[in-house]
Design a protein around this ligand. Structure first.
Ligand SMILES: Cc1cc2nc3c(=O)[nH]c(=O)nc-3n(C[C@H](O)[C@H](O)[C@H](O)COP(=O)(O)O)c2cc1C
Length: 324
C-alpha cells in the first residue's frame, strides 16, 4: 500500500508537474514554488542528507534544520519517543552553527533545491536580525524561516512566539537586516495564534508557517521514567493534524498573509485539505522518518488527484473551503 494515497502505488515525479497536466505552481508571497510541497525544518537535515532518496529539486522548497549563531549540542537522551499516531521529540536544536553552514554546507547545497529556505533561531530578537544579516544576499538562499518557538534569554527564557509584541520586534529586527522573503514559523503553544500571526504581518513578515510542535510528554508508569530526557517535548505527526488544521484556518481567515501549513501530513489528501482550509503551501515533517522520499511521491500524486477532480491548478484549491 502506498504511504501517499493509502490505496495505489506511485513512484517519483519530475519537479513541478504531476503525471497529469495540472499546474502545481503556487506563490507564497514573493516566493514562487513549482509545487506546494516543502520539507519541514529539522526533519530533512540540511537538505543534502535527502539526496540518496530523491533529487532535491523535486520539492517546491527544502527547509533546512534550525541554525543558531553558535554550535549547540542539543538535549539529553532520550530525545525521541513514539506515541499513538505521533512522535515526541526534545532534540534541542543541535547544529554546528551558522558559520559552519555558510562556509561548509551552502557552497554544496546552493543550486540543488528548487528553493532553499534557511531556518534560523536567535537567543535575543537582535540575534535573529544578526543571523538574517549574515544570510542576506548569499547565493542559493531564497528565503528565511524564523523559528520563534525557542527561548528568549532576555524574556525569562519564555519562547519568543508566546508574546505578539516580542514577535513584532523580532520580525522587525530581521526585516531591517535582510531583503530576503521572511516566513515566521508560529508556535501552537499559545492561546491566540492569529494575534501572533497579525504581529508578524505588521512587522512585514511575508508569510507565516504553522504549526511547530505541541508541548507534550509521556511516562512509563512501571519504571517511573519519562519518555524524554527533558520530560516535556514537542508532539508531531498525524495526531496533531486536526489542531494544526484549525489553526491554519483561523490564521488564514483572520490575517491577510500567506499561510504554510505544517502538521501530520502523510497523504495527498492531507495536502489538499490544508490548502482547502487556506494554506498556500504545505510542509512535511515526521513522515520523513518512515518514508524519506515522501515529497516526490506526494508531488506525483498531487497532479493526478487534481486532474482527477477536474482541477487545472493547485492554486484554485487554496482557501476553497465552504464555511457553513
Ligand atoms: C525530530 C524533529 C526535529 C525538529 N526540528 C525542528 C527544527 O530544528 N526547527 C523547527 O523549526 N522545527 C523543527 N521541528 C518541527 C517540524 O518542523 C514541524 O513543525 C512539526 O514536526 C510538525 O510537522 P509534522 O507533524 O509533519 O512533523 C522538528 C520536528 C521533529 C519531529
Amino acid at each position: 500500500m502506498s504511504p501517499v494515497t493509502g490505496t495505489t502505488a506511485c513512484g517519483s515525479a519530475p519537479a513541478g508537474k504531476g503525471p497529469e497536466a495540472a499546474d502545481l505552481s503556487v506563490d507564497v508571497g514573493p516566493l514562487s514554488l513549482t509545487n506546494p510541497l516543502m520539507t519541514a525544518s529539522g526533519t530533512a537535515g540540511l537538505g543534502l542528507e535527502m539526496e540518496p532518496f530523491y533529487d532535491l529539486s523535486a520539492a517546491g522548497a527544502i527547509v533546512v534544520k534550525t541554525l543558531t549563531k553558535r554550535p549547540r549540542h542539543g538535549n539529553p537522551m532520550p530525545r525521541l519517543c513514539e506515541t499513538p499516531s505521533g512522535l515526541l521529540n526534545s532534540i534541542g536544536l543541535p547544529n554546528k552553527g551558522i558559520h559552519h553552514f555558510i562556509d561548509e554546507v551552502l557552497p554544496d547545497l546552493a543550486g540543488r533545491a528548487a528553493r532553499l529556505v534557511v531556518n534560523i533561531a536567535g537567543t535575543t530578537t537582535r540575534e535573529f536580525g544578526e543571523l538574517a544579516g549574515m544570510l542576506d544576499g548569499l547565493p542559493g538562499v531564497d528565503a528565511l524561516e524564523l523559528n520563534i518557538s525557542c527561548p528568549n534569554v532576555e524574556g525569562g527564557d519564555l519562547p519568543f512566539g508566546r508574546d505578539p509584541d516580542v514577535v513584532y520586534r523580532l520580525v522587525s529586527d530581521v526585516r531591517e537586516a535582510t531583503a530576503l522573503p521572511v516566513i515566521t514559523k508560529l508556535s501552537p503553544n499559545v492561546s491566540d495564534i492569529a494575534a501572533v500571526a497579525q504581529a508578524a504581518k505588521q512587522a512585514d513578515s511575508d508569510a507565516v508557517s504553522l504549526i511547530n510542535t505541541l508541548l507534550g510528554m509521556s511516562v512509563d508508569w512501571r519504571t517511573g521514567r519519562p519518555g524524554l530526557g527533558t520530560v516535556v517535548g514537542g508532539l508531531s505527526g498525524p495526531a496533531i493534524k486536526p489542531i494544526a488544521m484549525r489553526m491554519v484556518w483561523e490564521v488564514s481567515r483572520k490575517v491577510d498573509i500567506p499561510v504554510i501549513a505544517i502538521g501530520g501530513v502523510t497523504t495527498v489528501d492531507d495536502v489538499l485539505e490544508y490548502m482547502c482550509a487556506g494554506a498556500s503551501a504545505v510542509q512535511v515533517g515526521t513522515t520523513h522518518y518512515k518514508t524519506p522520499d515522501i515529497i516526490p511521491r506526494l508531488v506525483a500524486e498531487l497532479g493526478a488527484q487534481l486532474a482527477g477532480a477536474g482541477r487545472a491548478t493547485a492554486r484554485e484549491v487554496i482557501g476553497s473551503m465552504r464555511t457553513p
